[in-house]
Design a protein around this ligand. Sequence first.
Ligand code: ZN
Length: 138
Amino acid sequence: MINKKVTVKGKEKDTEKIRKSEIEKIRKMLLLQKDELIKKTQDTMRDESEFDKDDLPDEIDHASFEYNQSLTLRLRDREQYLLNKIIKALKMIDEGTYGICESCGDDIDVKRLLARPVATLCIKCKEEQEKREKIQEG
Ligand SMILES: [Zn+2]
């Protein structure tokens, strides 16, 4: 009995070590992703400011300009949303609260975090949330 307990404890420590090194990997991944997103957003903004609407020759181009602009805005919204999530995740890593399920407080499986670094729910709670949403949708 005592021996068994010691083994389990040792195992838990190893898991914790692995988890920490995996989270460190995720942190580097997120930092890279953050830099890329910021660069992308800046590029889009520069492109737009260089583009003069008055230079457009006819109405068709005006229409496509507006189409492109709304597409850019939508894209930027999505990037901004992701960027906020990444910043939040990085802050949580610094604070040591990263990888903890917001719903049940359990550790989120590190494999899930590697696949989806901005996840804030464990797979169990995520599935339950999806089930609830499905019921709400009818
Ligand atoms: Zn959970």
